[in-house]
Ligand binder design. Structure first.
Ligand code: CTP
Length: 496
């Protein structure tokens, strides 16, 4: 794996100024009084040097982190200090200048730490800053800024983290086998940072991930999906999926996706590799939308292709019903990954089920009634569905791609037209079940559903208008067919 050629230079001179902000000055005074050494450390320093938005601050001290946090909070008249005795950490919230966000400041005593195999429970002993930096995940996350009077604002960088920031390299401070064994989630984090920042994972670090991939099995599904969602939320998520595949992590928690890999050939007829197609669709969606769940729909849109694949004489490869089977696979995958099972999951399931519909429309003439049905089925998710549908056009054959895109535009236009005319996006039946019960004086029964379906179909097919006046006579007529008589005085609409 090569280093990035477009190096940029980290400007460390700014740190002096940063260290003069009230929080750090107070931290400095208190450290002096208590006779401890203190440092800002980790993601805050990394993001500061990268010029990324300032986020929560971690402060480490060589001593009792909780006592130090309480003293700094007092010095600043900050609010309540939350103490997490089990972890030896404490935090408080700092209100910054008016109008800006609150800042969480977390304190910890520097530690030597060693994790037991098969458990995340660390054995902790007090340590120095250097011990603490060593046990962090990556060199770019092990940078510290001194908060001590003698050298306030100085960067403490024992592992060349700045060099790695400049060259775009993810590398562990210690032997990567040790770093990953301490917390196997760090293997996911390596890929997440590489994807978010566009960095390379250094060869020894990457090889260690390949060697240790199975150790991810001891990590909870929640922690894994938190990292995965950050990869999916990155500007070019395909980078992360390729890395996850190549280092052997993906198969540990997402085997269905690995099954998409490969392009089989029979009698000289091949099909596209659905893994690379899927991640290209994901990148295409990512260019249009930050919606995590729309991006998840891209990840899962073809997930059932391997399970529906057939080779049919005269037709070649087919994947009949992969959209329905795929939609049915969504809840199982979400449950296993401990992703939300409520409306977000239903949204993803719906988009997977509908993803072929817009383009399928163009196989024949695009009729108003087919467009109305699509609008009815997609409802308010139609815009998301159209983004997914366009992203799904990835053919390498330029002529075919052009034809599909032209068809897509046609459907888009028709959708607008029909939506303005018929307002079926949030279809509400003009005649309710209660109307039908009252009109025929009948209790709840199957006939009510049947009559409602006939009315809905008539509206979607464009045979009647979407209103009560048009629907009432149809209800009366359908009732008659089922042997039902309208109660006297209910022959006309207006009984709503
Ligand atoms: N850290 C670590 N190993 C982990 C998690 C965190 O060594 N498994 C260390 C790193 O030094 C990291 C710091 O703890 O920079 C803070 O972790 P966290 O807040 O989870 O992540 P950040 O690096 O700050 O990044 P982000 O906010 O983007 O998650």
């Amino acid at each position: 794996m090569a280093e990035r050629t477009t190096a940029f230079t980290v400007d460390t001179t700014r740190l002096q100024g940063v260290a003069e902000q009230p929080l750090f000055l107070a931290a400095s005074r208190v450290a002096e009084r208590m006779g401890v050494r203190a440092f800002a450390i980790g993601g805050y320093v990394r993001d500061l040097l990268l010029g990324r938005p300032c986020k929560d601050i971690d402060i480490v001290c060589e001593g009792d982190g909780i006592a130090y946090a309480e003293a700094v909070a007092k010095e600043l008249n900050a609010g309540r200090v939350h103490v997490f005795k089990n972890f030896g950490t404490a935090m408080f919230t700092l209100r910054q200048a008016q109008g800006s966000d609150e800042l969480q400041v977390e304190f910890v005593g520097a530690r030597k730490e060693s994790y037991q195999r098969n458990s995340r429970k660390p054995e902790v002993a007090p340590g120095t800053l250097r011990d603490d930096q060593e046990r962090r995940d990556f060199t770019i996350n092990a940078l510290a800024i001194s908060l001590n009077e003698a050298d306030r604002g100085a960067l403490v960088d024992p592992f060349n983290g700045v060099h790695d920031l400049e060259r775009g390299i993810i590398r562990t401070p210690l032997d990567p086998d040790i770093t990953f064994s301490d917390d196997p989630l760090r293997m996911m984090r390596a890929i997440r940072f590489a994807t978010q920042l566009g960095y390379f994972i250094d060869a020894p670090t990457f090889e260690a991930i390949q060697r240790n991939a199975e150790r991810l099995d001891i990590i909870s599904a929640e922690r894994i999906h938190t990292e995965l969602n950050k990869i999916i939320g990155a500007p070019v998520p395909s980078i992360g999926f390729k890395l996850l595949l190549n280092c052997g992590l993906l198969v540990r928690f997402f085997p269905e996706m690995v099954e998409l890999l490969g392009a089989e050939e029979k009698f000289g007829i091949g099909h596209k590799d659905n893994f690379y197609h899927t991640i290209q669709v994901l990148d295409n969606v990512a260019m249009q939308s930050d919606d995590l769940w729309l991006r998840w729909a891209a990840v899962l849109h073809d997930i059932a292709k391997p399970r529906t694949k057939r080779f049919e004489q005269g037709r070649g490869w087919t994947f009949h019903g992969h959209e329905d089977k795929g939609a049915r696979m969504v809840p199982g995958i979400f449950r296993r990954m401990k992703l939300p099972l409520d409306e977000q999951m239903r949204f993803v399931k719906k988009l997977v089920a509908l993803h072929l519909r817009p383009i399928a429309l163009t196989k024949e003439e695009v009729t108003d009634s087919a467009v109305r049905r699509l609008l009815f089925d997609a409802g308010d998710d139609i815009d998301a569905l159209m983004i997914l549908c366009k992203a799904d056009i990835t053919s390498k054959n330029e002529a075919r791609k052009k034809r599909y895109l032209a068809n897509y535009e046609l459907v888009l236009e028709k959708l607008k037209e029909v939506e303005e005319k018929d307002r079926v996006r949030n279809f509400q039946p003009p005649i309710t079940g209660e109307d039908i019960m009252a009109a025929f004086n009948i209790p709840p029964c199957k006939a009510i559903g049947d009559i409602k379906t006939v009315i809905k179909d008539a509206i979607l097919d464009g045979r009647i208008h979407n209103d009560r006046t048009a629907a009432w006579p149809l209800m009366v007529e359908e009732g008659k067919k089922l042997g039902l008589q309208v109660v006297a005085g209910m022959e006309e609409p207006g009984h709503g």
